[in-house]
Design a protein around this ligand. Sequence first.
Ligand SMILES: Nc1ncnc2c1ncn2[C@@H]1O[C@H](COP(=O)(O)OP(=O)(O)OP(=O)(O)O)[C@@H](O)[C@H]1O
Length: 336
Amino acid sequence: MSHGKLLEVENLHAYIGSPRGVVKAVDGVSFDLAEGEALGVVGESGSGKSVMARAVMGLMPARSDRTGSVAFKGRDLLGLNKKQLAEIWGKQIAMVFQDPGRSLNPVVRVERQLSETMRAHLGVSKSEAHSRSLTLLQEVGVPDPERRLRAYPHELSGGMRQRVMIAVALACEPDLLIADEPTTALDVTIQRQVLDLLRRIQIERHMSVMLISHDLHVVAGQTERVAVMYAGRLAEVGVSRQVFDTPRHQYTSALLAATPTIEHTRHAPLNVISGSLPSPTDPPPGCRFAARCVAATAECHSAQPPVTGVGEPGTDHSVACFNPVTHVKEGELVGR
Ligand SMILES: Nc1ncnc2c1ncn2[C@@H]1O[C@H](COP(=O)(O)OP(=O)(O)OP(=O)(O)O)[C@@H](O)[C@H]1O
């Protein structure tokens, strides 16, 4: 099993022109993703997760600018033209969105959506595409796949549509699957099933996954590592379990306290983080979370905290915070 880097993102910026000014949606983000690894990207609505994922793929809106570097298998995607990118999309990097309506064509039967992708990218015959489609639907847990292949998307339930969308994304055996809030539109039980399914397929296929969510509770159990985004920047990156159990950034800690567990989504009182995201067109000069942070000092308001390694050497846990949260463990203080 190889543990090479599949994706290396370095100092990525994605700025978008808008009537309110230039939106600094992604403002200096660096992380990497190993082969076969799942990385969760977590943060509040508006923190820049979707724009970051699209910037990685080269899907940028009009009047936007992208700088930095995005190396996929060592090749810088930022330098590629549309045609070269099109060869990578859907084949080596596939994306699953929140709303299947945006990816599945409502007037085309499931079979054609699956087989056209395969025939275009893999060059397989019609009958080969048919049998592969059946196997894929089985793999994503769609019962009675022969019948489902003949269905139109609207004839399927939300959970089934989402499974079909995952099957379409997997049809070309991508090395990287980017799943942007893939289960938000589904009810809690189905959400869990679809996420479990994604995790199983990721491990079985040794595929890399970037799983975007606003919910750290959900993501922590489904990924090896997690990156917490706040206002266009990375607040904290590390092994999911460690970030979840011992969050070091004040924002991560507040986010965990504010998000009820998936089982309690409907019932638990929400302990919200007071305040709101800073202006994306005119962000403050210091730490972007400072105005909402319980531990902010004068330094936090004037200087940007650098991303610094925390915890034991080799634990791959880093945080951009001048006053990280400390955790007492077995009588010991976890130092910086
Ligand atoms: N096409 C666009 N034009 C202008 N601004 C945009 C555009 N797309 C996104 N933005 C802005 O970029 C910032 C980041 O948005 P983004 O959608 O990446 O956040 P997010 O973390 O994915 O949120 P959500 O969880 O709601 O999808 C926001 O301020 C948003 O308003």
